[in-house]
Design a protein. Structure first.
Length: 270
């Protein structure tokens, strides 16, 4: 039997599954951006606050998701996954920062619905949480292996909170040639939860490249990641190095009506 190229097989798969063409996808993206309505069912997309954990942090604070349980996108995807022997459910998600659409696995919709906010609600965390003091760092000062010792959420008053508890395990490595590798998990986990989003909250890993910026900033350019949607993105963090202690500080975010930042504290391994 004559073998097909990868591109040809992908085209055949798209035709068999009735997937939209590249032109159709671009048109749908424009419709979503202009109207914030799902192009598959017409329902208005809901503004959803992105959960800020060490393992599920997208670069922006919110996304737009279709929560219509009768949406053809959800129904067709569920049927296709069932034919493949899987039970995952994927809803349409629009990322306004990246201007792209992607499926998000949502077996348990109640978890997402807790994060819905009214479109009129502003994300005021930028003004509410003070920007950490800029401190320049060098590649030599961060190169090597680091062990996670704390994951904290701090409000404008500085009060720390441990959303994932005190027992976390994590490994971070910066190489001299500019590569980064990260693995984190909640200590004591013996198996991953069946819920894909919950699994991403207790275990996370990615690798890629890093770039030190002026003003005490570092960019993590992610090549591969366990977390859906992270591959091909870049995450900016404020970085501080004090002796054998390294702290990565996330962007400001709004959660439970309060502004806060995530602090991940590492110490040199070994």
């Amino acid at each position: 039997m004559e073998s097909h190229s990868l591109e040809a097989r992908l085209i055949m798969c798209a035709q068999e599954c009735n997937l939209p063409s590249k032109e159709e996808i671009e048109q749908r993206k424009k419709e979503i951006k202009d109207t914030l309505r799902c192009p598959h069912c017409g329902e208005r997309l809901k503004k959803w606050v992105v959960p800020q954990t060490p393992f599920t942090t997208w670069p922006n604070e919110y996304m737009y998701i279709c929560f219509n349980d009768e949406c053809s996108y959800l129904v067709r995807g569920r049927e296709y996954m069932a034919q493949s022997g899987m039970c995952s459910m994927y809803r349409l998600m629009y990322d306004p920062l990246q201007d792209c659409c992607q499926p998000i696995p949502v077996p348990n919709t109640s978890a997402l619905k807790d994060g819905i906010m009214e479109e009129s609600e502003p994300c005021q965390s930028e003004a509410a949480v003070q920007e950490p003091e800029a401190r320049e760092v060098s590649k030599e000062s961060i190169t090597g292996s680091w062990r996670l010792v704390a994951f904290e959420e701090r409000t404008a008053s500085g009060a720390p909170r441990l959303p994932l508890g005190p027992s976390l395990m994590g490994s971070l490595m910066y190489t001299p040639d500019g590569h980064i590798s990260v693995q984190n998990m909640v200590e004591g986990m013996t198996q991953l939860p069946e819920d894909a989003l919950k699994a991403a909250e207790v275990y996370g890993t990615f690798n890629g490249r890093y770039e030190i910026k002026r003003g005490g900033k570092i960019l993590h350019h992610i090549d591969m990641s366990f977390t859906p949607g992270w591959g091909g993105t870049s995450l900016e963090r404020t970085i501080r190095v004090e002796g054998n202690r390294l702290t990565l500080i996330g962007p400001p975010m709004e959660k439970d009506g309060k502004a806060r930042r995530v602090y991940m504290v590492w110490v040199r391994a070994g």
